[in-house]
Design a protein around this ligand. Sequence first.
Ligand code: AMP
Ligand code: ZN
Length: 469
Amino acid sequence: MQIYNTLTKRKEEFKPIEPGKVRMYVCGPTVYNLIHIGNARPMIVFDTCRRYMEHKGYEVNYVSNFTDVDDKIIKKAIEEGVDSEVISKRYIAECKKDMADMNVKPATTHPLATQEIGGMLEMIQTLIDKGHAYVAKDGTVYFRTRSFKEYGKLSHKNLDDLQGGNRSLLVSGEDQKEDSLDFVLWKPKKEGEPYWESAWCQGRPGWHIECSVMSKKYLGEEIDIHAGGEDLVFPHHENEIAQSEAANGKTFSRYWMHNAFLNIDNKKMSKSLGNFFTVRDISEKYDLQVLRFFMLSAHYRSPLNFSADLMEAAKNGYERIVSCVTNLNYLLENAKADAYLEGEKAIADQLAEYEAKFDQAMDDDLNTADAISAIFELVKFVNTNVSADSSKELLNAMKAKIVELADICGLIVEKKAGILDSEVEELIAARTQARKEKNFARADEIRQELLDKGIVLEDTREGVKWKHI
Ligand code: AMP
Ligand code: ZN
């Protein structure tokens, strides 16, 4: 598999440190609010990368943190008059719910920054001992950026250019730094903020040190892939490299993957610009599988512009695959022949060609856009090669292939109950009729029958609403 490596600015053949195993770290969200669909992009993209690698037979140790100590969390806690922990716990739970609804697998480990302070104190001390960090008068610990000779290698920035851009900081009160390029590892608490004891001051960690430490603890000093959105390249990932490599004396991560932005009107979707939709907003209008399909319909390194039209197109595209599988299920229920009929084996053999196309696209730096096109071609091939006479063996082979490829993309294309929408509607009508006739036993029976098939009913003033569990 080829992966575009931000570090070398080219596609490289992926070779894991340990054969058959992948150690992958994806920077997770800061939890002070519901996540927006821009945050969902790296979640969906790198979950798909993980799924594809697992499909190829790798065992993937996937670590993704929650940043649960941060200015924004503290601000929100003050606004609500509660502890920061109340805020972070609430939004971690909400984030996990959104992830589950987007069919993003839980990470092997989801570490929390606040639970890893001990490791951070240790790494900061190592950096001080090695001369890569120093303690300022007020107890702030800074990383001595120029002491790490390779600083700038990820973002391809030149230290002197950076210095120019940073000069204003020196004037703005950060003058306890030896150099404007230096960044914070540990900072003193302010009144009312959460803090931990340390040798330097009561305080809390800087953001970058968290990831260096959590990655080391759960994946080791050297990892295969480190990933996140492209806004993290500088300074976050550049600083992580400096900290980890200066402390451990080893290459931190071999491959660096970054997704491009999800935009609105060609501007980055972000909390600060206020131009965002939360995943929860989208879930009110669409099945989140449609959102997932939308994200994967573009290559992860291309900017993706969010629009109502594109979401509608994604809905149609996703439903095309779902209808094909629903139709296969219907044909399967009614098929007469079990084993391949004449000529069917040859058709089944052709299914592998579509999988090969799919793999070829995914092997090319996770080209999910082309991989989805391969699924569409497969759907078209299936639709033109099935009939009411097809054997179960052929129908099953076709269904298995579509479901398998969709599953690598994390797309659920088989309605759990295997029940058609029209069948649900018919049963609901029968239940309504039974209730009119005061035959409540029958009405309850129908409700239960639907529930067994994964459909829940809700009686509202506007009528009966239903959804898949
Ligand atoms: P944050 O909570 O802002 O640290 O973001 C969590 C993750 O979402 C990081 O990997 C960011 O790079 C990513 N991210 C934030 N906004 C966007 C966006 N508009 N498009 C793509 N990725 C984003
Ligand atoms: Zn990080």
